[in-house]
Design a protein around this ligand. Structure first.
Ligand code: FAD
Ligand code: FO1
Length: 458
């Protein structure tokens, strides 16, 4: 039977492979949720067509791009709930550990798997993992863009210059792709043998990871929590989003980024809900601009520019102007330890850094100012990129994301931006100043807010 649960433009064939009879597996990486997950739906479609059982794999690697206990705990506690929810749908969840290139092919062979599906990430490491696994297995292997509303390869076939060049291409296709996502069915066929439930306490105990970066208790992980955060945002704050989203004294933005980063909620589902919001169309529009255009512009940048995490990924005009100013004297230079603990001469920058340390999420407007000051206080733009990336990915719950690489590349190297007037160190890269922030929002009130947060010991 041929049922089309997933639009065929949403997946790519990694390997045609040899057709055999056997179970279907979804190797979950980026989209760590059960519902509204196109990759899982596609795997179920294949299993139903061939009358086979279906399972989900997750390969836990301890050294994922410098992630710390803060991010792993948020991710693993959510995967525990994924396992439970899948079990209620007769779909086993297997947590493998180690490198995917060994763990995944071994599982496929041991269980005589006939069809492999995974989800899509534009990041180099995830693409490398897929290549490695594909080389060591000969069954059909498909990759599904379950993260973007318009699949990245459908939206554009090249690196876009800026939001205004991608926006019309996305909007033109929203009608076909921003549609309700089918519900996952309870799977009719059980896995053919018994299997142990995951020993989660053993996983937490044995995970080799930097535990010096604490878990933030105020963040509840998982699909259910993500839906609650979305609901509260729509009810209480979306109405003010247009007016107040850039004022860090209020906490207007959705707080969905950690859930979107780990795929614990589907952007497509958030967008469908946001479209129903009619209290303030300007707010609805500016939220969708961020959630859809800005976020998919970041995937476009990382997918088509393989130097997305370095100076070489900047547009040529920015590389040229930054080079011309590479010998300009730096007013301040700080060692990592002083930046990390938020002890510079700039109280606004310190407050933003401390907000990230204490809450796991810096306000979006201040991330631009925060990164640009790192450019001003680093010996070179290359150093600045590495410093900003290290701090961002070590402390942000939403770190290690295409949005992060792109946000830093925008701030330091004019990606998706344009040349401005020439000035020391920055050249024509857009500059942001303390006074400029004061014109936008009451800086002192924000600094006091973070001081109160610090004293409250959270
Ligand atoms: P909302 O305003 O509620 O936005 C909703 C969603 O839209 C976000 O969750 C995000 O998925 C998307 N979005 C919003 N703003 C942007 C943007 N500027 N670019 C791309 N997508 C956007 N975002 C991350 O997810 N991880 C990061 O590590 C990260 N690092 C950043 C570093 C710098 C220097 C800059 C300038 C931006 C960075 N961003 C990052 C983008 C943005 O700041 C965050 O996505 C946003 O602040 C998340 O908060 P929210 O979900 O409450 O935002
Ligand atoms: N993906 C995995 O498949 N296995 C992991 O062990 C893993 C750890 C991890 C830790 C922090 C983090 O921010 C992301 C992590 N991811 C892991 C990747 C993530 O699920 C996404 O695939 C990418 O971050 C986005 O492309």
């Amino acid at each position: 039977m041929n049922l089309e649960l997933v639009d065929s433009r949403r997946y790519r064939v990694i390997k045609d492979g040899r057709k055999i009879a056997g179970p279907v597996v979804y190797w979950m990486q980026r989209d760590q949720r059960v519902h509204y997950n196109h990759a899982l739906l596609f795997a179920q479609q294949k299993a139903l067509e061939t009358g086979q059982p279906l399972a989900v794999l997750f390969c836990l690697t301890p050294d994922y791009l410098g992630a710390t206990w803060r991010q792993y705990a948020f991710m693993l506690r959510s995967l525990e709930m994924v396992e439970k929810e899948l079990a209620s749908l007769r779909i086993p969840f297997f947590l493998l550990s180690g490198q995917p290139k060994t763990a995944i092919p071994a599982f496929l062979r041991m269980n005589n798997i006939a069809f492999l599906v995974t989800d899509f990430s534009p990041l180099r490491l995830n693409l490398q993992w897929i290549k490695n696994v594909s080389k060591k297995s000969d069954i059909p292997f498909y990759e599904v863009d379950a993260h973007n509303i318009v699949p990245v390869w459908e939206a554009s076939n090249k690196q876009e210059y800026a939001a205004y060049t991608l926006r019309p291409k996305i909007i033109r296709k929203l009608g076909e792709f921003l549609t309700p996502i089918p519900k996952l069915k309870k799977h009719p066929l059980a896995w053919k043998h018994n299997y142990p439930a995951t020993d989660w306490s053993g996983v937490y105990r044995n995970l080799k990871v930097d535990r010096s970066v604490t878990v933030i208790k105020t963040w509840t992980p998982g699909e259910k929590a993500a839906l609650k955060v979305m609901k509260v945002f729509f009810e209480k704050r979306l109405g003010d989003y247009y007016e107040k989203r850039n004022n860090p004294v209020f906490d207007i933005p959705s707080d969905l980024s950690p859930y979107l980063h780990f795929g614990q909620i589907a952007a497509q589902q958030v967008a469908l809900e946001a479209q129903r919001f009619d209290k303030n169309l300007k707010s609805q529009e500016s939220f969708l601009e961020e959630l859809v255009v800005r976020r998919e512009l970041a995937d476009n940048f990382c997918f088509y520019n393989d130097r997305y995490d370095s100076f070489d990924g900047f547009p040529r005009w920015a590389q040229k102007t930054l080079r011309e100013h590479s010998h300009d004297p730096r007013e301040y230079l700080y060692p990592m330890e002083q930046l990390e603990t938020g002890r510079t001469h700039d109280p606004l920058w310190n407050a933003a850094q401390k907000q990230m340390l204490l809450t796991g999420k810096m306000h979006g407007y201040l991330r631009m100012y925060w990164a640009k000051k790192i450019l001003a206080w680093s010996l070179s733009p290359e150093d600045a990129f590495q410093t900003a990336l290290y701090l961002n990915d070590r402390y942000e719950l939403d770190g290690r994301d295409p949005n992060g690489y792109t946000g830093i590349a925008w701030s330091l190297g004019g990606v998706h931006d344009r040349p401005w007037f020439d000035r020391p160190v920055f050249g024509q890269v857009r500059y942001m100043s303390y006074e400029g922030c004061q014109r936008k929002f009451p800086v002192k009130a924000y600094i006091e807010k973070i001081e109160r947060l610090e004293k409250s010991g959270l």
